[in-house]
Design a protein around this ligand. Structure first.
Ligand SMILES: O=C1C[C@@](O)(C(=O)O)C[C@@H](O)[C@@H]1O
Length: 258
């Protein structure tokens, strides 16, 4: 592990060392609902805000998206902001063409209103590489991602998708899968540990979703997931734990490992 692993620092937050860092999603549909969620987060202890822009009703209007992003940034000050347009194929709510998806992400990267961007692996190898190149030109960090809301692929398949993400230049590799059994949760954890011990050159985010998989959202420091998603006002996926409970559990596990 040691030599290969690099940590990433964004606005003073070091990702890839110590207890897993917490990402909290906001999913407001209207401008008012979104800002209410962001204001609510001002008094919450977390590390990165994820704007799930596919939930935003004006997502097709780039000027509205930029305006909302600049408001979020103004409220959050230095807290890193991740923008995620989750496609409908992978659990998102807005049906979009690849062209729409790439254009939105490029425009928002160029705006510099976001610190990190989520790019789905299955959008295509060349497209991922191109977005990574563009994001790096603008000092934006890329999380490559993949979601299976139906099942848990094999350990080998999970590892190979995460390896592919880092090979395509992603700064962080992420996978979220659905367990159908307890052994599926173990498969996700085993894939995470293998990745961390043998292959990973970048920080990882892995989770097994729904209530059955919740253990994977707190066990990252043991198995190798560097970031985890917690819910404040609204969850964006099944199984997300309350952010306060999550921080407490991560801290307890961190102290016991120290
Ligand atoms: O990719 C992820 C992970 C997630 O699906 C989860 O299971 O916590 C939640 C999404 O908002 C985020 O983009």
């Amino acid at each position: 592990m040691g030599d290969r692993m690099t940590t990433i620092t964004v606005n003073d937050l070091e990702i890839g060392a110590g207890a897993p860092k917490i990402i909290v999603p906001v999913v407001g549909k209207t401008y008012a609902a979104l800002l209410e969620e962001v204001h609510f987060l001002q008094n919450i202890d977390f590390d990165i805000l994820e704007w799930r822009v596919d939930h935003f009703q004006d997502v097709a209007d780039i000027e509205q998206v930029k305006q909302a992003a600049s408001q979020i940034k103004a409220i959050m000050h230095d807290k890193p902001i991740l923008m995620t347009f989750r496609t409908a194929n992978e659990g998102g709510v807005y049906p979009a063409t690849t062209e729409f998806y790439l254009n939105l992400n490029r425009q928002m990267i160029a705006s510099r209103l976001i610190d990190l961007v989520d790019i789905e692996l299955f959008i295509g190898d060349e497209q991922v590489k191109e977005v990574v190149r563009f994001a790096h030109q603008h000092q934006v960090i890329v999380i490559a991602s993949n979601h299976d809301f139906d099942k848990t692929p094999s350990q080998h398949e999970i590892v190979s998708r995460l390896c592919k993400m880092q090979d395509l230049g992603a700064d962080i590799a992420k996978i979220a899968v659905m367990p159908r059994s307890t052994s599926d949760v173990l498969t996700l954890l085993a894939a995470t540990a293998e990745m961390k011990e043998v292959h990973a050159k970048v920080p990882l985010i892995t989770m097994s979703m729904a209530a059955k998989g919740a253990i994977s959202r707190i066990a990252g420091e043991t198995f190798g997931s560097d970031l985890t998603f917690g819910a404040a006002k609204n969850a964006s996926a099944p199984g997300q734990l309350d952010v306060k409970d999550l921080r407490q559990m991560l801290n307890i596990l961190h102290q016991s490992l120290a």
